[in-house]
Write a protein that binds this ligand. Structure first.
Ligand code: PLP
Length: 396
């Protein structure tokens, strides 16, 4: 990380150089991994002062760690927020948001579709605490507004949504939330700060499954949140007392991932457009979902809200689930696996995996064909991805 940052630098430069400053202890340019669980006090008075918050410093790595703190600073910088907070997974981050801002009797509204884990959390765990998860279609503003009542604490917006890559209008939902004096929380996992900055659109918090594009190499599970200090302080209480802290090594991997975020995202977007175009002309494909295609229902919104269209594509074969199975089982380059945002192309059948917490009826209600295939288009040479798809289509 360089010591000087020019505010006029573009995103790719900012990701490479970071927010400025070297490791304060050693001057190391690359953040060292402080692989320690605890930190020695100078004396008992110092220990007491640290616990009382009278002096700053490190106590214990669940409560804070220099490598993790360096990552929190970087993600806050790139998301243009005041403070960042790191979690052991995206789900730890999302559940902390729910527990920080809802108490028994409260509810939150979620745009649908949403990642299957967030759906399962809302339906299987959250009701035990007498908190209600209300899912409404991401494109239906009046349905979302009708779900808000005096006990609603926030709207959780996942856009682009997993797995259909439908979009929600962040600015419109922020405006709605402000009218009801509730928070807006944007799951920015699919977009990353390369493609959209929800805080600039007025959102209160951004959450990430950093497991995905932020890490970018499929070797870490992690979560991040960015927002104003007063909100991050509420989340810190949950993080510190419930747990779910990120390990220093995970933070190191994510700092490394952030350096190449811009170049990876550029290639993901370029390749995804090529794959989406190929699929949209293929005679065996019934429908393709990609925000960059003019036929996508939120294409105009995508042009307004995002700097590019992302690396995720979804499609349905004319032969539905059965043909999808043959296609997936015959791929040679693309790997049939959950997760996304890795360098290599990953492909999955959401209804039987990531979104198996949704019933057939719920899939129908959110307009998702049970045969839908989700592709996380990698950064390989796109010709090879398309050739692989073409040979698998021949096997049908
Ligand atoms: C959009 C989105 N949000 C949150 C999560 C959960 O993140 P994690 O698996 O890191 O807990 C995922 C996981 O796939 C996701 O796709």
């Amino acid at each position: 990380m360089s010591t000087k940052v020019n505010p006029n630098w573009r995103f790719a430069t900012l990701t490479c150089h970071g927010s400025g400053g070297c490791d304060p202890t050693t001057g190391a340019l690359v953040q060292p991994i402080y692989q320690t669980s605890t930190f020695a006090f100078k004396n008992t008075e110092h220990g007491a002062a640290l616990f009382a918050g009278e002096v700053s410093g490190y106590i214990y790595s669940r409560l804070g760690n220099p490598t993790v703190a360096a990552l929190e600073k970087e993600i806050a910088f790139l998301e243009k927020g005041e403070m960042g907070l790191a979690f052991s997974s995206g789900m730890a981050a999302i559940s902390a948001v729910i527990f920080a801002f809802c108490k028994s009797g409260d509810n939150y509204v979620v745009t649908s579709p949403v990642y299957g884990g967030t759906h399962a959390l809302g339906l299987k765990v959250i009701p035990r605490f007498n908190i209600e998860h209300r899912e409404r279609p991401c494109y239906d503003l009046s349905a979302i507004e009708n779900a808000i009542d005096e006990k609603t604490k926030f709207i959780l917006i996942e856009t682009p949504a997993n797995p259909t890559v439908r979009l929600a209008d962040i600015s419109a939902l922020v405006e709605m939330a402000k009218r009801y004096s509730i928070l807006t929380v944007v799951d920015n996992t699919f977009a990353t700060p390369f493609l959209q900055n929800p805080l600039e659109l007025g959102a209160d918090l951004v959450v990430h499954s950093a497991t995905k594009y932020i890490g970018g190499h499929g070797d870490v599970v992690a979560g991040l949140v960015v927002g104003r200090k007063e909100l991050i302080d509420e989340l810190k209480l949950i993080l510190h007392e419930v747990g779910g802290a990120m390990s220093p090594f995970s933070a190191y991997l994510l700092l490394r991932g952030l350096k190449t975020l811009a170049v990876r995202m550029e290639r993901h977007c370029f390749n995804a457009m090529k794959v989406a175009q190929f699929l949209s002309y293929h005679p065996k494909v019934k429908e393709v979902w990609y925000p960059g295609l003019t036929c996508h229902p939120e294409h105009e919104l995508a042009k307004r809200q995002m700097h590019d269209f992302g690396g995720m594509v979804a499609f349905v074969l004319k032969g539905g689930r059965e043909e999808g199975k043959i296609f997936l089982d015959n791929l040679q380059l693309a790997t049939n696996a959950v997760s996304l945002g890795d360098c290599d192309t990953l492909i999955v059948h959401p209804a039987s995996t990531t979104h198996s917490s949704y019933t057939e009826q719920e899939l129908f209600e959110m307009g998702m064909d049970p045969g839908l295939v989700r592709v996380s288009v990698g950064i390989e040479d796109y010709h090879d991805i398309i050739d692989d798809f073409a040979q698998a289509f021949h096997k049908i």
